[in-house]
Design a protein around this ligand. Sequence first.
Ligand SMILES: Cc1cc2nc3c(=O)[nH]c(=O)nc-3n(C[C@H](O)[C@H](O)[C@H](O)COP(=O)(O)O)c2cc1C
Length: 307
Amino acid sequence: MSAERVDLRVQVGPLELPSPLLVASGTFGFGQEYAQYVDLGALGGIMTKAVTIAPREGNPGPRVWETSAGMLNSIGLQNPGLDTVIAEKLPFLIELGVPIIVNIAGETIAEYATLAQRLGEVEGLAALEVNVSCPNVDRGGMEFCREIPVLRELVAAVRDETELPLIVKLSPNVGDVVPTAEAALEGGAEVVSMINTLVGMAIDAVRRRPRLAHVTGGLSGPAVKPIALAMVWRVWRALQCPVIGMGGIFTGEDAAEFLLAGASAVAVGTASFVDPTSAQRVREELVEFCCGQGVETVRELTGSLRV
Ligand SMILES: Cc1cc2nc3c(=O)[nH]c(=O)nc-3n(C[C@H](O)[C@H](O)[C@H](O)COP(=O)(O)O)c2cc1C
């Protein structure tokens, strides 16, 4: 079978994507940073760095540490803030003609609602991705994803403000991911994306100090892939809802594994730091995988794991 015969188009809830290969939030900036390395127009979609209402400098350094088979980060949602993103970052992205998904983060439900309302007025966006791993200041810093009723309320408040398709980015740092996925859907989201990073820590034993100034950070990369696959599989098996899978995807076969587990599309994250052209390579390798397996439409892989 030839590569041209593989149909890469996928439908993820209301989202029509030209290919199932996206780039994950926070690992691809606002796209411009990668323009000289990657044919951005060939991506299935771009998930932006998290946007908050006010600009954020993020946490003090060191805030990145390489671990065996992964990395820890405690960037802390550094971004130029909503007004600058709308004025200076989104026009470039929208001009590319690929689906643009804006990741939003807040400290209160009202902040998320404002972000949704303002971004809902921007022409040309494909969807919003709601990062629910943020501390909720109204609840003493408890992350939104950890309290099911609060999570449902948050998503419903965002839903009320925009007609854009909503993706809720699920955290692996909860007891059971299925009820959080359910709450997201009940709140009005059409799609869930998973997984965000796992809380982790690295220590310099000689200096008796944490490697990150923030002490703990988020673990990503190949180390988290088995956890991410299991979570995608559990959500798919329980809810059969549209899922965008991510967590340690470095090869086309990794991407295929997520699709088989139930994802309709996938995102490349940490791999872009190792090689900025990773998403493009993963896409080519996925096509090769499909050719080798006689798979004519990538859609047929979703949830087709034999168990
Ligand atoms: C440096 C860095 C920054 C990130 N920033 C965000 C963010 O702003 N919003 C978000 O929802 N996820 C963020 N993530 C999580 C990724 O989008 C992704 O869910 C996670 O890293 C797992 O995928 P990976 O193992 O392929 O990197 C970030 C990850 C990294 C490594």
